[in-house]
Design a protein around this ligand. Sequence first.
Ligand code: AQP
Length: 327
Amino acid sequence: MERILSAIKPTGKLTLGNYIGALSHFKDFQDQGESFIFIADLHALTLPIEPEDLRNNSRDIAAFYLASGLDPKKTTMFLQSSVSAHAELNAIVQNYLYMGELKRMTQFKDKCSKMADTAIGMGIFAYPVLMAADILLYEATEVPVGEDQAQHVELCRDLVRRFNHRYGEILKMPKAVVPKVGARIMSLTDPSKKMSKSDQKGDIFLLDDPKTMRKKIMSAKTDMGPTVTDDPVGKPGIHNLLNIYASLDGTTIEEAAKRFEGFRYGEFKKAVADKLDEVMIPFRARYDQIIADKSYIEVLRQGAERAREVANKTLRKVQEAVGLLLI
Ligand code: AQP
């Protein structure tokens, strides 16, 4: 049976990118295998964040998980920081990844490109090490990620090869699964940039009201030429909107492009905004209902118990393999 593992960092208010690239797939995972979905709160500390924001974002994500259809009876849902094995395995596996490899990671280069060396914490550099520990603890076979995280899963695979070559078949080999549509939703104001929680402008947030979402779609940056055709290079704005529409509609970009071929931009944007309403209004209603009853947070406590059982078994195997004296 497949073991599926995914997470979201509570670094800010979730965006439509997080919905399309992650949340919208979570419900299906629980029918495809055994799924572990967590809130990556330790990862959220890798860039400065206010404690109160971190707490609120974490609570919000738990509610979004439930609103997306995760059933705590089928999916182990938990906070990363509730399972100390993540930090313990991190301390071991960091010795099997190298500085040169971590320096080459695109996310590290992107996040740090505008920061002075003195402001870059070790955590952001070592982010893929903790992510490898997350994946390996649950012996995940499939790791659904957006395009930008696939490189980290590749690094984790290198680590498994290296570790198992040295100690025998101890770690399970994971595989990144990148969705065919919606793997990288771009900013609405600058389609050359990924839509991101930490980028406040031009992004649709899941807590935006329907009117605001519509306004953002209607004023999304488009391209030369008055009508719709799919051209990822020449018309990145339109391509992004087609990607959003196709993801929400459960169709392909080609199919969406065919449907809107020759539409004027205004008409097409209206169709995208309508589709967004169709998906987001009921989603938001489920979220509102969940968040109103504070007891929902209890699912994280129960999830952590189950997660600890699985994670501690793997941790012990690794500790034994490397020669730690377990007394
Ligand atoms: N724009 C996006 N398009 C498609 N998928 C996306 N994801 C994020 N943005 C997009 C997917 O959401 C999941 C959770 O991501 P994360 O919070 O762990 O990290 P991230 O990818 O760095 O997300 P953000 O929103 O860009 O966060 P910040 O601004 O804090 O760095 C992942 O599956 C991710 O691929």
